[in-house]
Design a protein around this ligand. Structure first.
Ligand code: CP
Length: 316
């Protein structure tokens, strides 16, 4: 494994990464996944460093995964959530961040409803800043773990037909996936209601269709996204029931997919809306493997950005 392709203190998004940098992150994650399968899962790479999980929006997978990743790298971890912080008393993001810097924090993982919040902190702070989701802009570690899972299962990414189905307009997962998968040579199709999948996304090098059956017919990978109610400013379709009937991956549609088409979802799942419950749990679903791979990917991100001093192989 070589980490020489990586020369950033932050991970703010996928859009500005090179193919070499993406491959460096994925290869480093492969090494860390092997560490996670050993009896002793901990390495000393970030011993003495402090990471703060600053989550101003709710999260289960990303927050837990970053915390566990930092602990596996021997870093000290502090979790800050909005309700238990001075943000509820009116403290600004800038002042919160400067106080964390005053405590000599080395890494800040931030999730925020405002697009660009991690970029703002990156300019302000000496610490490494990792974007754990900023508004509808980017969710880079989700795209990396999705790509890692596709590469692991299919052996390659270039040339695959990947369909992303659902709420594209408000999805940071969609944007990061689009940038990553097109850089690595996948054919990306975006599908869903025309209100949530505007044709302007064709400018990102994707195919846009509103015909769901056509979008999933030749797909090697189908990545389902939930409706981002928290970001929609108006009703984008008549009802949840109509969305499920028109655009959900139900048993009838699933039967018409390729026999080896892989089903992905970043979570949280809305069972019975974008995906039938049985399909979410079926043998072709890799939803929980995505979560497992997220840990290895986040270990790689923390290791590379925070200047880990030992190779992933160097377990205690
Ligand atoms: N996929 C994802 O970001 O999940 P959480 O919101 O639970 O972190």
């Amino acid at each position: 494994m070589t980490t020489t392709s990586w020369n950033h203190k932050d991970l703010l998004g996928i859009q500005d990464l090179t193919v070499d940098e993406i491959n460096c992150l994925l290869d480093t994650a492969t090494a860390f996944k092997q560490v996670g399968e050993r009896a002793v899962k901990k390495v000393p790479s970030l011993r003495g460093k402090t990471m703060v999980n600053l989550f101003i929006e709710p999260s289960t997978r990303t927050r837990t995964s970053f915390e566990l990743a930092a602990k596996r790298l021997s870093a000290d971890v502090i979790n800050i959530t909005t309700s238990a912080s001075s943000i509820v008393k009116g403290e600004t993001l800038k002042d919160t961040a400067l106080n964390l810097q005053a405590l000599n924090t080395d890494i800040i993982v931030i999730r925020h409803s405002a697009a660009g919040a991690p970029h703002f902190l990156s300019r302000l702070l000496k610490a490494s800043v990792i974007n754990a989701g900023d508004g509808a802009h980017e969710h880079p570690t989700q795209a990396l773990l999705d790509a890692f899972t596709i590469r692991e299962k299919k052996g390659h990414i270039a040339g695959l037909n990947v369909t992303i189905l659902g709420d594209i307009l408000y999805s940071r997962v969609a944007r990061s996936n689009i940038w990553l998968l097109t850089k690595l040579g996948a054919h990306v199709t975006l599908a869903g209601p025309s209100t949530l999948v505007p044709r302007v996304f064709e400018e990102f090098g994707c195919r846009v269709t509103h015909d769901i059956d056509e979008a999933i017919r030749d797909a090697d990978v189908i990545n389902l996204l939930r409706i981002q109610h928290e970001r929609q400013r108006m009703t984008m379709f008549p009802s949840i029931g109509e969305y499920a009937a028109m655009f959900g991956l139900n048993k009838e549609r699933f039967a018409r997919t390729k026999p080896d088409a892989m089903i992905m979802h970043p979570g949280p799942i809305n069972r019975g809306i974008e995906i039938d419950s049985e399909i979410a749990d079926c043998g072709r679903s890799v939803i929980l493997e995505q979560v497992t791979n997220g840990l290895a990917v986040r270990m790689a991100v923390l290791f590379l950005c925070a200047g880990g001093k030992h190779s992933p192989e160097g377990a205690e």
